[in-house]
Design a protein around this ligand. Structure first.
Ligand code: UN1
Length: 507
């Protein structure tokens, strides 16, 4: 996204930051353009290119709002979230359309993104009447022991462009139900969808200062948020490289830090699999969202016996995919997010062809003429005869590029499947229950599917991965979300009226 001149700022719709319950211009006086990646002639609007001063104001507002929000009973906080969920439902179509315009994925998928935010909001609201800790016996007489969840304080949320409403909701809803206040910095490519979420929260009655949004670029706006001494927790989803920077900054201030980062997800297809089903799952997993999901199926490891048949069927389907503007109902796959992404993806296709020496079986080019002229379109791309150690089979490309790797049996498939630095999602297609359970046990990923693609996580199960995908946390699923956004307090009540010593008075 290009920086906008002041002159443009007077013409296009201009959005603001939301700080302390007010929509305010950036202190920086700078704006950034948000353009449709399917047709860059369409300017969605101008958004604040915030800097440290804007972050400072937002953190201050979040700090001022915290004592009152923390003291609000959780069931009352939940009532606001129920209202928010309802508003998102009512405005689903409008928010989905905005999202397709700003980030490109087809309307069917942006509806899914908004739905995921709705699911997360209602699911989390239910927690307002639980937020359970536990009581447990003490080792001493006349003494009671229990533990309760405490809010943490101000949470800094840094979120990506590929799920610009769902992922903010994974972080914002549990943060709020636990009694924290938040400052969110959405990705610079998709500020509108996150602003829509914040507007819905405002309409639902979230008190001033409880949610604050500053839009802008990573270094001027994201870094000061991660570094601000008032921010106790930083929650980040995005690339592994940026995640490392965020966690390094957070570590210098002893912050709680949760990271969701890259993936190099694998579908393993055995010789007994339902091949048509596996083709369906591959098309959806590899080319849905133009491959721009951290859960995207970027590797297929397939038994030699069915390799040829699978590649034939898959290629036919890939050729039939209609690529274009996600607003068009006929379109199956939209653009990628921006010019930088085009260059990165084409760069990897080049590496695949030249340095790696893989066979480019289908696609591989940017689409340029006609309707494609003003957008960032790349053909669905399939490499065959890929060696598991090639760069295209090891590194996250984040685009519609699939590597197909032959294998001779389940053991080899699992070894290849696990042989990457990431550990987000994996799947197996087989009709054999023994193989399915063997893979389920041995795949070192946070998410595993049987006879389904690597994408499609639901909000009430833990989301996240092993190894370089994260730093041990899981989002979604109540227990894991609450573990990120609350701190335990252990409480001992001694009603014996005398000094009792744990571990010592143990007779
Ligand atoms: C992501 O891949 O960036 O599992 C998030 C899915 C979605 C969330 C994906 N529910 O595909």
């Amino acid at each position: 996204m290009a920086k906008a001149s002041k002159q443009q700022a007077t013409k296009a719709e201009t959005y603001k930051n939301y700080i302390g319950g007010k929509w305010v211009k950036p202190q920086s006086g700078e704006w950034m353009e948000n353009r449709n990646p399917a047709d860059t002639r369409e300017l969605i609007g101008l958004f604040p290119a915030s800097d440290a001063e804007d972050v400072e104001q937002a953190v201050k507002a979040a700090g001022e709002a915290w004592p009152k929000w923390k003291a609000t009973p959780a069931p009352k906080r939940a009532e606001i979230l129920y209202r928010l969920g309802q508003i998102l439902m009512d405005r689903k179509e409008e928010f989905s359309t905005d999202m397709t315009r700003e980030m490109g994925k087809v309307l069917k998928e942006t509806r899914g993104d908004v739905q995921e935010a709705i699911d997360m909001t209602f699911y989390t609201a239910g927690e307002g009447r639980r937020l359970q800790g536990y009581t447990t016996p003490s080792e001493l007489r006349n003494k009671m022991a229990m533990c309760v969840r405490q809010p943490i304080g101000i949470c800094g949320l840094i979120t990506p462009w590929n799920f610009p409403m769902a992922i903010p909701s994974w972080k914002m809803m549990p943060a709020l139900i636990c009694g924290n206040t938040v400052v969110i910095k959405p990705a610079e490519d998709t500020p509108l969808s996150t602003i829509n979420l914040v507007k819905a929260a405002e309409a639902a009655g979230v008190p001033s200062g409880v949610i604050n949004i500053v839009t802008g670029y990573g270094e001027p706006a994201g870094s000061p948020l991660a570094a601000h001494p008032g921010v106790r927790l930083v929650s980040f989803t995005g690339s592994t490289d940026t995640g490392r920077i965020v966690s390094t900054i957070a570590a210098q201030h002893d912050k709680i830090c949760s990271l969701e980062m890259g993936g190099k997800n694998v579908i393993m297809i055995m010789e007994d699999a339902d091949i048509d089903l596996a083709v369906d799952g591959t098309i959806w997993g590899a080319f849905g969202t133009s491959g721009q999901r951290c859960t995207a199926s970027s590797r297929i490891v397939i038994h030699k016996k069915v390799y040829k048949k699978f590649v034939e069927k898959l290629t036919k389907r890939a050729k039939a995919l209609r690529i274009g503007n996600g607003m068009d109902k006929q379109v199956d796959m939209g653009p990628v997010i921006n010019e930088k992404a085009v260059n990165k993806i084409l760069g990897y296709i080049d590496i695949g062809k030249k340095a790696d020496g893989a066979k480019l079986h289908h696609g591989g080019k940017r689409l340029t003429g006609g309707d494609y002229k003003h957008g960032y379109f790349i053909e669905p791309t399939i490499f065959t005869d890929v060696d598991p150690n090639m760069r295209i089979a090891q590194e996250e490309i984040f685009g519609p590029v699939l590597s197909i790797i032959p294998c001779k049996n389940l053991d080899e498939a699992i070894e290849i499947g696990n042989g990457v630095k990431y550990g987000l999602s994996s799947s197996i297609y087989t009709q054999d229950v023994n193989r399915a359970f063997t893979a389920m046990e041995r795949m070192n990923t946070g998410i595993f599917y049987v006879n389904a693609s690597t994408i499609g996580a639901e909000v009430h199960l833990p989301f996240g991965g092993t190894k370089a995908t994260g730093n041990g946390h899981r989002e979604g699923a109540m227990a894991s979300s609450l573990d990120i956004f609350s701190e335990w307090k252990s409480i001992y009540v001694d009603y014996s009226g005398k000094l009792q010593k744990a571990q010592i008075d143990n007779q």
